[in-house]
Design a protein around this ligand. Sequence first.
Ligand code: MG
Length: 376
Amino acid sequence: MMLTLAAYASPVVPLIGRDHHEAPPGLRTEYQRDRDRIVHCAAFRRLEQKTQVFASFEADNFRTRLTHTMEVAQIARTVACVLNLNETLTEAIALAHDVGHAPFGHAGQQALNELNLEFGGFEHNAHGLRVVESLEARYAAFPGLNLTFETRQGILKHCSLARAQRLGRVAERFFTGEQASLEAQVANLADEIAYNNHDVDDGIRAGLLETEEVFAREPFRSAYAEVVQVWPGLDRSRLCHEVIRRSINLQVTDLVTHSQAAINASGIASPQEVAAAGPLIGLSPGMLAHHRALKIFLRDHLYQHHRVQRMAVKGRRVIADLYLAFREETRLLPKDYQRSNGSSAQAEAITDYLAGLTDRQAVQEHERVFRPGVAT
Ligand code: MG
């Protein structure tokens, strides 16, 4: 659905565009081309086997990074449409937002970060940028996917100042204090709304969260009150879904209403003015408080649950064992990733290799490197 774009939306023709000049895409817009390149790349496919909360091989019925990404994209597109923003740019950013994630979710990222501290650490957002700018080797004329500047800037949600210095123009806003496009802001908020709700859903279905305890909190509480009034005696599984879908709707509606009011009040009339304004896409203060409280609740009750922690610790151990073994002897790595032992280039190549693995590939690699009885 392509409606007339608002004056402050990113225009259909990118203002900055691609580093390497290419002929116009013909049937598609430039951002449709970005989106399609992301969907066709290897890092995107590997999201299917990467942890969201539960390792991808632990259970078949929970979110993986891929289905999480699809939920983010779907929420982000809805919000972009209602606000008359550039829907396809929003979708491209949402689809790419987690392509830099290591195996084993945040545990994997934490391990790679600690192992790389002397080389500037590891951040999945920045690594995602590296994936689309150089690690994907698919096109004859350029490294990476040659995505537009606007999509790449949107992927870089967070960035340390030291890293921003190395990244140059795409990270300039971290020095100037400027805001990302409204489309990037929408993708970020859609990510938060998606995981807060689907992690609750998966946590309940995994038996790690108690329905009563979760649904005593806003915004679930008002949704729960409505469902039990309209549908008394509903079975647990349908009850949960009815509550969670209402909760998503409440948050998305709040996001749209509050953001539109903030945009109107700011008086911005161009994408350039977005950069200089404060953050304009956001939840109302009341909903933001619920949202933050829910994040803390999920951290304490789900992410810190002993069953989630056991997998996280195993994941960290797998990553650390492999990293140190490869660091000691580069010849254990496939030829393309071999660099001089002890060099910083070696640390970088090992990190690229490990971050690119799926959960299952990392576990198999660990067996091949450490278990004498397993074929190499
Ligand atoms: Mg995400």
